[in-house]
Write a protein that binds this ligand. Sequence first.
Ligand code: ZN
Length: 169
Amino acid sequence: MNHPGLQYPMFGPEIQCPHCRQIIPALTLTDTYLCPRHGPFEADPKTGELMHLQSGRNWRQWEGEWYRQHTHPDGIRFEIHEALDRLYTQGYRATRVVIAQRYRDLISSYLERSNPWRSQPDSQRLRLYGLPVEFSPDPLEEPCWDVINFDLDKEPGAPSRPPYFRMFE
Ligand SMILES: [Zn+2]
């Protein structure tokens, strides 16, 4: 038997550590990658996810980038908040956030509802940090939405509301 490809975990002989972005090696004949700073990560060929053994955090990969998979609403809310903060410092304001379908149940009760007296569909009323929220297309149509968490529409300029980056201070 000679299957050299099978000696390595599913992401190949080396990966970028999702935490420190250092290139870290696989341990042959295991599903494990070892970061000298962050310890072992385990690839799961069934779920296609990479798990940090010490924290239980999971990532999926899309076009060479790791995307953290959230299991708590605060996780994804905080990630969106950080992205808004980054946009703001680059001189942009967000006009809409599209959140992956798979987080719909997790995050729905955390969204604000604007104009509750109007008979608009939910998709036009949901807001997060004052931004209109939509959910992504089905990943069967656009596979990236099985991996990435959200996408922001943006335009140049300062936010019309007071900067949302104070919200977590
Ligand atoms: Zn690391």
